[in-house]
Design a protein around this ligand. Sequence first.
Ligand SMILES: Nc1ncnc2c1ncn2[C@@H]1O[C@H](COP(=O)(O)OP(=O)(O)O)[C@@H](O)[C@H]1O
Ligand SMILES: [Mg+2]
Length: 201
Amino acid sequence: MRIAITNLKGGTGKTTTAMHLATGLAAHGRTLLIDADEQGSATAWSQLIGDGCPFDVVTDAGADLHLRFDRLVASYAHVVIDAPPHDAAIVRSAIQLATNIVIPLTPSAMDVNRLWPMIELATTVHRGDAPSVLVLLTKVRPHTRTLRITRETLDEMGVPVSSIEIPQRELYRTAFGTIPNDPERYQSVVGELLRKEVVAA
Ligand SMILES: Nc1ncnc2c1ncn2[C@@H]1O[C@H](COP(=O)(O)OP(=O)(O)O)[C@@H](O)[C@H]1O
Ligand SMILES: [Mg+2]
């Protein structure tokens, strides 16, 4: 499975999600994380983990990832790409490598409004089969009006949204530099993605 973690907005939990999903997928097969954000947060995080990092990491913020990494990704069971915000060319390239797109989204009317260009990219840019798209709500504050309105709006937009929500928690904020460990939520997202892959095959 090749998952591009994308959102053209920054700070939505892309890197946190990429690190958790790569760790979860590494238990199911050899896994590569491509850090395509020039800020290099996933690379720094992995380096702090050191030798115990359960997946390989390459750092490359190029707009031709899909051309240069086609070979490399084929030697891995799973690939996770941590895409940058604000750089549509790199995001396009990441999407062209992907079988799945996970869009971390922080519930807010403004963030949902800004999701359209991302959905448009995710559904129009691809080589071969279109990747399957899944919005993952992050930094969620349960039982809020914002959460309800966000879910309603996404529903009206016809965008697939995971039933699993990643709450706003210190656990995630302090995970930087450590091997991510979230058996409850992110692990369930990995399970959801792998199950869908089996069904689609
Ligand atoms: N579920 C969460 N709860 C609390 N803080 C979070 C959560 N997910 C991410 N964060 C924090 O939010 C900030 C942005 O997250 P990050 O994963 O770097 O987003 P992005 O890669 O989209 O810019 C970081 O400080 C991170 O620790
Ligand atoms: Mg990031």
